[in-house]
Ligand binder design. Structure first.
Ligand code: ADP
Ligand code: MG
Length: 512
């Protein structure tokens, strides 16, 4: 009988496997750097051309390989890191599958120069070795990946843009650099150290606990995406929805429902509590005891928010004389349960300036434009799905032409509870932040079709509007819960931050 089943040649097997490990230049860079780290390198140089599509070069000062090991290393399932399954339980290295180099070398023009005692140079094209020769090199390893996917046209077609690949490479290198403080990284000749400081500067609050440390950024910085989330388990960059959820739960009501808190989190745990063998790129993990991990993260993050003891300095003389109580002035402003966090949000007492700005001390000064913040609040109270309209003690009434039921429907959509009573339009409730006294101004503009973005902003900017310190702090707190806490509806910044350099510039100081 004729057989229809053939064994695939290893070059084809490797290319298929490459589909899992070698997604794009960034995933190759990640594998190669992890190999360098596993080899004990303290200096790792990364170079990419065209986002890695034309060239990826990783150079390290790690242990290097003998000629025999170098040749073995590009064979599938060749690894120096585990010998039996039991080793998986105690794994401390990043790699272990022994398939990265085999996969990578099968989809490019590959070159390795490595030296343990003697130097060896290996050249391979699409997975087949074409040259092995001695070479001169200091201890360590250099790997070059040229013309990625040149022999896999289907993959090449689906390559992303060079700039997207370059950005992904930068992010992965930054992540790994963040987790490995003692190793110096250069990316395209630039030292990454300063960049690491820059990243960490964004995260104001430190997390510390047994087996967990890291940083979180203020709730106001929470983003629409998970881009600001860096998680490492045993130094390995990992994606874990469970942990992201635990962090978010600790943020509680400090952030809006759909935003993502920013964090850099390092977990150290015994390898037998976590299974990294789930995802081919080792990007995802499975935990033995999910609820224990959840609690650990939740508690540690919550602690980072605990009010710090501060001396509240007597600056009452700066406080503007309040005209009436806050709730009197803002009958419609909802009161949320923030108070216990006041200390955290305002470790230093803020100042109201010109009745228009709020000045907060926070690694320099934070200057909040209250009318922009208010415009944001007002706008979101029109468009947010979950509306909380405030009933009016005395419903407003407007004479209205017959026959326009549609307007009632439209008003209801933006949180204005309205009804038609013969020739009168009756307004029973208004969205938060829209005051009854201002409704007719609002209504005139809205009727003629002005955009809510413009109305909200214009209404908040009216020169007669002044905010007291109390109102200002409330607005600042509330705006941090907004979907977009950074800009007013027309795109003006809600706050600016002034650091020491900015002050020097304001004072006209020059270096030297
Ligand atoms: P894994 O890392 O899963 O073991 P790889 O295919 O990534 O598999 O690497 C295969 C082997 O090649 C490694 O186990 C290691 O012994 C060796 N190796 C790879 N890169 C380096 C390097 N930069 N320095 C020293 N040895 C390396
Ligand atoms: Mg590896």
């Amino acid at each position: 009988m004729e057989s229809k089943i053939f064994k695939l040649p290893s070059s084809v097997i490797n290319q298929i496997a490459a589909g899992e490990v070698v997604e794009n230049p960034a995933s190759i860079v990640k594998e190669l750097i992890e190999n360098s780290l596993d080899a004990g390198a303290t200096r790792i140089g990364i170079e990419v051309v065209d986002g890695g599509q034309s060239l990826i070069r990783i150079e390290d000062n790690g242990s290097g390989m003998s000629e025999r090991d170098a040749l073995l290393s590009i064979e599938r399932h060749a690894t120096s890191k585990i010998q039996e399954t039991a080793d998986l339980q105690t794994l401390s290295t990043m790699g272990f599958r022994g398939e990265a180099l085999a996969a990578i070398s099968s989809v490019c023009h590959f070159e390795m120069r490595t030296c343990q005692k003697k130097g060896t140079r290996i050249v391979a094209d699409g997975g087949s070795v074409s040259l092995v020769e001695p070479c001169a090199r200091n201890p360590g390893t250099t790997i070059e990946v040229r013309s990625l996917f040149y022999n896999v046209p289907a993959r090449k077609k689906f390559q992303k843009s060079k700039s997207a690949d370059a950005a992904a490479v930068t992010k992965i290198v930054e992540m790994i650099a963040l987790a490995n403080e003692r190793v110096s990284f250069t990316l395209n000749g630039k030292e990454l150290l300063s960049r690491r400081d820059e990243i960490l500067k964004e995260f104001e609050h430190q997390i510390q606990g047994k087996g967990i440390y890291g940083y979180i950024a203020e709730p106001a910085k929470a983003g629409q995406t998970r881009r600001g989330q860096y998680l490492f388990i045993n130094k390995r960059p990992i994606f874990s929805p469970l942990i992201a959820k635990a962090v978010k739960s600790a943020f509680g009501t400090r952030i809006a429902e759909h935003s993502h808190p920013k964090f850099v989190l390092f977990l150290e745990m015994s390898p037998d509590l976590v299974d990294v063998n789930v995802h081919p790129q080792k990007k995802e993990v499975r935990f033995k005891d999910e609820s224990a991990i959840f609690r650990l993260v939740h508690t540690a993050v919550e602690k980072a928010f605990a009010p710090k003891k501060t001396f509240s300095d007597p600056i009452a003389f700066n406080q503007p004389i309040s005209t009436g109580s806050f709730t009197e002035n803002f009958p419609s402003m909802p009161l949320k349960a923030f108070e216990p966090e006041l200390d955290w949000i305002f470790p230093q007492r803020p100042l109201a300036v010109f009745g228009k700005y709020l000045l907060l001390q926070k690694e320099g000064l934070l200057l909040v434009d209250l009318s922009s913040a208010f415009a944001r609040l007002l706008f979101e109270s029109f468009v947010l799905e979950a509306k909380s309209a405030q009933a009016l003690m005395f419903p407003l009434q407007f004479p209205f032409e017959n026959g326009d039921e549609e307007i009632v429907e439209k008003l209801m959509k933006i949180g204005v509870e309205a009804r038609l009573l013969k020739n009168t339009l009756v307004i029973d409730a208004l969205p938060n932040y829209l005051e009854a006294a201002d409704f007719d101004t609002f209504f005139d503009e809205w009727k003629v079709g002005r955009k809510l973005e413009e109305i909200a902003t214009k209404y908040s900017r009216r020169s007669k509007r002044k905010f007291t310190l109390e109102q200002g702090t409330k607005i600042w707190q509330e705006v941090q819960m907004c979907k977009d806490p950074l800009y007013d509806p027309l795109g003006n910044p809600i706050f600016i931050h002034l650091n020491e350099d900015d002050f020097a510039k304001l004072m006209g100081k020059r270096n030297g």
